[in-house]
Design a protein around this ligand. Structure first.
Ligand SMILES: [Zn+2]
Ligand SMILES: [Zn+2]
Length: 172
């Protein structure tokens, strides 16, 4: 397997995605759908009433302090908390933003544009390739549904670019 070949195809894949879904970017359809997602006044009133009614006891406050302490870096719970810490870091956010803007903020398979639906997938696994965690070439924008399907089809371990390339051509 020549790594030069891999690079070449990778770029073509992304370009193809852009052209294919360019039509989505000027349409109003998705914008109109978004307008429906607003809480009604009655719901807001209900929500604020509920939060006012809740009094924090001293015990609750002590527990909250304890929870905060657990979150501030005294983890001894194995590798997942460390990964979660990385995923919550500024560097990770920066990596996500870079991939999203390179991909024109749309899912490279289906063209989904709503930002709340988008996620960035690691082409080569986050866990297995620590050196590629923040490589922009190692990220691709998927919506949550396509992302779920990707890992449903290809599993969560040992992922590589050929899978992504194939996934982009699938219709389902
Ligand atoms: Zn993924
Ligand atoms: Zn999608």
């Amino acid at each position: 397997m020549a790594s030069g070949k891999y690079k070449h195809h990778e770029h073509q894949g992304f370009q193809k995605g852009h052209r294919q879904f360019a039509g989505f970017q000027s349409g109003n359809k998705l914008g109109a759908a978004n307008k429906g997602r607003i809480f009604s006044e009655a719901t807001i009133k209900k929500m604020s009433k509920a939060s006012k009614g809740r009094k924090h006891t001293d015990e609750w406050k002590a527990q909250a302090r304890l929870r905060k302490g657990e979150l501030s870096g005294r983890w001894k719970g194995g590798i997942t908390p460390i990964h979660n810490q990385i995923r919550g870091s500024y560097e990770y956010k920066l990596w996500e933003d870079s991939v999203l803007s390179r991909d024109c903020h749309c899912c490279q398979r289906c063209g989904e544009k709503r930002i709340s639906k988008l996620t960035v997938h690691h082409i080569k696994n986050f866990a297995q390739y620590p050196e590629l965690r923040f490589a922009i070439d190692n990220g691709i924008t998927f919506c949550r549904d396509c992302h779920k399907n990707f890992h449903h089809f290809y599993g969560k371990k040992g992922n590589f670019f050929e899978q992504v390339k194939q996934f982009l051509t699938l219709t389902f």
